[in-house]
Design a protein around this ligand. Structure first.
Ligand SMILES: [Zn+2]
Length: 83
């Protein structure tokens, strides 16, 4: 099992935003293919981003992105524990 999930958390946001390089994108997708934890996080993020974007076409404001990232880390630690 991959133990580098926290490394991906910051990238997942950009990944959903389409803001990662093709190489990183492939890397993340490969990781998602073998890591249920991160798949759950991506699903959660997707829903959150969708909710945040409803009614607006603009990218997420910087502050919201930052907030989302810390929320994500928090959730992740709550859900899967930090060792
Ligand atoms: Zn993972």
């Amino acid at each position: 099992m991959a133990n580098n999930c926290p490394d991906y958390i910051n990238d997942l946001n950009d990944y959903l935003d389409g803001g990662v390089s093709p190489e990183l994108c492939a890397e993340i997708e490969a990781h998602l293919g073998q890591c249920q934890n991160c798949r759950i996080m991506v699903d959660t993020l997707k829903q959150t981003v969708k909710l945040c974007r409803e009614g607006q076409e603009e990218p997420l404001p910087e502050a919201l992105q930052t907030r989302l990232k810390s929320l994500l880390k928090e959730r992740w630690n709550q859900k899967f524990g930090k060792k």
